[in-house]
Design a protein around this ligand. Structure first.
Ligand code: PLP
Length: 398
């Protein structure tokens, strides 16, 4: 009896996987999970054809920097391939502490903790500190990892309109004033390319005693002095309690970080399940991130080139009349409004040798279906010209 119960359930889940509509559509149109056959900077080979990568998050273009490659290689020779354990137990190494100290100092914080993924860092930046009974004020457009953190925290969530201080004030006015409150925002919104209206948002948060968590996965390396990020860009270091982010974008590695005061980071190390029960980042991951961090401070040309490329690219899109959702950063969406328009546009770009990513509702708000593009310091003049031609061609397919 018991056995047949389990068999039935297993089969029900097998049927769910087999019959899933979203998976069938994904496999039919194959817009995602493209495996590039080779890469050299912003050029990838896809289906045997040289293609320009226009949607990576390698903003500073450091993933092929000789010093970053050499640092990763040397770390692996010295420390092996993996820590094979959590920081709490057997996985902690001197190089973790060194990277954490360097990141903390760069961000003007007392302490930092690194994880194997930005997803874990940002999720735990919410889940470790908010609890049942607390109220989390969340910008409607935050990343999935922050929503997961909110869900795990069991706190009550109140959403406010994207990047709207007025709406935040209104929503805050209606919540229990005695509740413990947390504000969760991004520094630069990954899809929209918008910069958080931090001066106004943080002022309101201060008035209401909100603990503020800012995910700067797309602001780090891009904004602020030497790429210190959104908080530095506005000079508001004392207004944000936790800055979290990713090592997989400007830092050209994989992993994530949480930076804050020492007592906040030590609390995270005591209570965050993602910190306690997940393996520490590998030697080469840490070394590549640390080398990139050093390059950000020693070689300003990458940040300068990133912004020069971004300005050219945005001007080109504007001259074609494309809607970039008022992006202010190198993450530039091309809003087309429906999946019926997004697919042919994306396909036309690919046919012309430009790789981008489609993002359709519910991943973006209804009516904002878009192509996500992102500029890198590594894009060349010639590539920008090819991209312009491809955009003009794709527009004719709408
Ligand atoms: C805003 C934001 N936060 C967190 C993450 C997660 O970072 P990672 O890819 O390093 O896990 C991403 C990744 O896309 C992101 O866009």
């Amino acid at each position: 009896m018991a056995l047949s119960f389990f068999t039935k359930n297993r089969k029900a889940i097998q049927a769910r996987c087999r019959d899933d509509y979203a998976t069938k559509m994904r496999l039919k149109y194959a817009p995602y999970y493209h495996a590039m056959e080779a890469q050299n900077g912003t050029t990838v080979r896809l289906h045997g054809k040289e293609t320009i990568m226009l949607s990576s998050n390698d903003y500073l273009g450091l993933s092929f920097h000789p010093k970053v490659i050499e640092a990763g290689r040397a770390a692996m020779l010295k420390w092996g391939t993996s820590t094979t354990g959590a920081r709490t137990s057997n996985g902690s190494r001197a190089y973790h502490v060194e990277l954490e100290e360097k990141l903390a100092a760069f961000l003007g914080r007392e302490a930092c903790h690194i994880h194997v993924a930005g997803y874990l860092s940002c999720l735990s930046s919410v889940a470790s500190f908010a609890q049942k009974g607390d109220v989390v004020l969340a910008d409607k457009n935050i990343h999935s990892c922050l929503w997961d953190g909110i869900r795990l925290s069991m706190a009550t969530v109140e959403r406010f309109s994207h990047n709207s201080p007025d709406d935040l004030r209104e929503v805050l006015g209606a919540v229990n004033q005695d509740a413990t409150k947390m504000l969760v925002i991004e520094g630069v919104y990954s899809m929209e390319g918008h910069i958080a209206r931090l001066p106004e948002l943080s002022e309101i948060a201060e008035e209401h005693g909100c603990f503020t968590v800012l995910d700067d996965a797309h602001g780090f390396g891009v904004l602020g002095r030497q790429g210190r990020g959104t908080v530095d860009h506005f000079g508001l270091n004392d207004k944000v309690d936790v800055i979290c982010g990713s090592l997989s974008k400007s830092l050209a590695s994989t992993g994530g970080f949480v930076a804050a005061s020492r007592e906040i980071i030590e609390y995270l190390r005591t209570h965050s399940k993602q910190t306690i029960f997940s393996a520490a980042i590998s030697p080469s991951q840490a070394a590549c991130a640390q080398a990139s961090l050093e390059i950000m401070q020693a070689e300003p040309q990458h940040l300068e080139k990133l912004w020069a490329n971004t300005k050219k690219y945005r001007a080109m899109l504007k001259s074609l009349g494309l809607d970039t959702w008022e992006s202010e950063t190198p993450a530039v969406p091309i809003v087309l409004g429906s999946k019926e328009r997004v697919y042919p546009f994306w396909k036309a770009l690919l046919d012309k040798g430009v790789f981008t990513v489609m993002s359709i509702a519910p991943a973006v708000p209804a009516g904002k279906d878009l192509i996500r593009t992102a500029i890198s310091a590594m894009h060349t003049e010639e590539q920008l010209e090819k991209i312009a031609d491809a955009m003009a061609y794709a527009m004719k397919k709408l």
